[in-house]
Design a protein around this ligand. Sequence first.
Ligand code: ZN
Length: 174
Amino acid sequence: MVRKVRIYPDPVLRKVAKPVEDLNGEVLNLAEDLVDTMLAYEGLGLSANQVGSLLRVIAVYKGEFTGREGEAQVLVNPEVVYYEGEDVDEEGCLSFPGLYFDVKRPYLAVVKALELRDGELVPVEITATGLYARVLQHEIDHINGVLYIDYLPPRERMRRLREWKEKRKQKLSV
Ligand code: ZN
């Protein structure tokens, strides 16, 4: 089921999500909804917070990196255990429609998680680089209540948010 994506400054975006203790119906529903919603909004990733749930679950659109259309990956309790390098690229976020800017992040990230495969949780350790590493880090930030705007210097953050809100107001009032 496609859920409504929460838009900044919805307070749920600043909450720290709780670890998943066991694979129950709530988690399975959330995982399915995350994938449906991510695909419907054509996002590269989506976190539980963004659909109003506070469990540590994220979805990543792997099709973008593998070329297999529609392929999504659901990770439970993901954490970055190692990172290195540096990479600057433009980032967007479904919770900030239309707001894009460059964010500096490590180029490589090793992520430990439980991957949901055919209704089971499989321990995985993913070594990701480039855009894949970027998306994983962006989504893991979300379940920690961290947003990509936090990487901007305070003055620039205020300016960009002001412009973004202004643009949205105009768009919504047309
Ligand atoms: Zn985001």
